[in-house]
Design a protein around this ligand. Structure first.
Ligand code: ZN
Length: 406
């Protein structure tokens, strides 16, 4: 049989007896070159064939021009010369009893990485359930972290959460520097789960962690400090500024209610240097008429200066002045804000040392949202986690190593 065909089908180590092309499928009858087989009971190598399985077995192997290609195999049986047991030979790229070869499984997963369960099932002539079972079996629920980070001597982890379903959240763990990659999705957002995950990291990975970037969640910070003592926490700058804008906007709404006057939002939450002339005029008016709102706005802009400062010392000076100022304010919400900033002082300033943010982690969440929209929602947490990992990670690092037993 043509060697080219064998190569196209990834069957170089087989003998092809006959290829039968039909309108809806291709059947390939194959055999193994005469070779020894190892007894699974005692491990001794045997050459004497006892007989063959009575029936030809069909195994889905690959797709060719959209047609499924089935291998037909008839494994040989051997009688072990040492322990006298009769055993069936293992075939390369095929688990015993499997209905598909490992090549077919890898291709199904590749298809699934790009599409929804339903889409991938239709394209490959399988069922969503088959794909779900395959995903759960072949894709581990986390990456081998040691392997995923083996090329990096030092890493900064990013931790953030995203919505699995409505308010049901999951934790995303990424590597944000020096290279960006998704590492794990934890199936809930409980602090204990995060702490457990960090504690269970292999020692070789823990030793590499230079910093951990999180948003302003006290529970998470304490979990990181408990699980990774001595590792600095970096407050994600985007979350810090987002939180600042939320507080400014809240002050604006309170002031609106109290005074009955409409106060525009954009002049307050937009970066001051990007305001249009009209917005700048509106901001000037707010400063005159609504001193308290203007005070919140000042704190926010100062906080941005903390990030724009050229050194950690300069940033610390701005931050300390602003914390003092906020804590002495008359507005309770501003005092509260000052306290929060004081608690996060080290983590905010740590940005100057590590330059880390969760921008990449946010990007992961955007892609996850897109996949969810294409997939008509997920009910099963396990399938969700692994489907997302499948979409982000190179297949080679993710799937169980195919075993080649000859
Ligand atoms: Zn034996």
């Amino acid at each position: 049989m043509d060697k080219g065909i064998a190569m196209l089908l990834g069957l170089q180590s087989w003998i092809l007896y006959r290829v039968h092309v039909q309108p809806d499928r291709i059947d390939v009858y194959t055999g193994r070159p005469r070779k020894e087989a190892r007894c699974p009971a005692c491990g001794s190598v045997n050459r004497s064939v006892y007989d063959r399985c009575r029936q030809w077995q069909q195994k889905l192997h690959t797709w060719c021009n959209g047609l499924p290609v089935f291998l037909w195999v008839r494994p040989r049986r051997f009688r072990c010369r040492d322990c006298r047991k009769v055993f069936t030979e293992r075939l390369p790229g095929l688990r015993p009893w499997a209905r598909r070869t490992e090549r077919a499984e890898a291709q199904l997963l590749e298809e699934l990485a790009r599409r929804s369960f339903r889409g991938a099932a239709e394209a490959t002539g399988t069922s969503p359930n088959t794909l779900r079972r395959l995903l759960l079996r072949r894709v581990k629920d986390g990456v081998g972290l040691e392997r995923a980070l083996q090329d990096l001597p030092e890493v900064v982890l990013g931790i953030d959460e995203h919505s699995f379903r409505g308010r049901d959240m999951m934790i995303t763990v990424t590597c944000v520097a020096p290279k960006r990659r998704l590492l794990a999705l934890l199936p809930h957002d409980r602090v204990r789960l995060l702490e457990q995950f960090l504690r269970k990291l292999p020692a070789s990975v823990r030793g590499k962690i230079r910093a951990v970037c999180i948003d302003l969640k006290e529970g998470w910070r304490r979990a990181v400090e408990r699980a990774l003592p001595g590792v600095p926490v970096v407050a994600d700058p985007f979350h810090v500024i987002q939180d600042a804008n939320r507080r400014v906007d809240e002050a604006r709404r309170v002031e609106q209610e109290v005074t009955g006057q409409r106060i525009p939002r954009w002049p307050l939450v937009k970066n001051e240097e990007n305001l249009t002339d009209q917005q700048a005029a509106q901001l000037a008016a707010i400063r005159k008429r609504h001193k308290n709102v203007a005070h919140f706005h000042w704190v926010k802009e100062q906080l941005r200066d903390v990030y724009r400062a050229s050194s950690r010392e300069e940033a610390a000076a701005i931050l300390d002045r602003l914390i003092l100022n906020a804590q002495e304010a008359e507005d309770a919400a501003l005092v509260q804000w000052g306290r929060t900033l004081r608690r996060w002082r080290t983590a905010i300033l740590a940005f100057h040392e590590h330059q880390a943010s969760n921008g990449y982690t946010e990007g992961v969440h955007t892609k996850i949202k897109l996949i969810k929209r294409l997939s008509y929602g997920f009910r099963n947490r396990e399938a969700y986690v692994r489907k997302m990992l499948l979409a982000f990670l190179p297949l080679a690092g993710l799937t169980a190593r195919p075993h080649f037993l000859t």
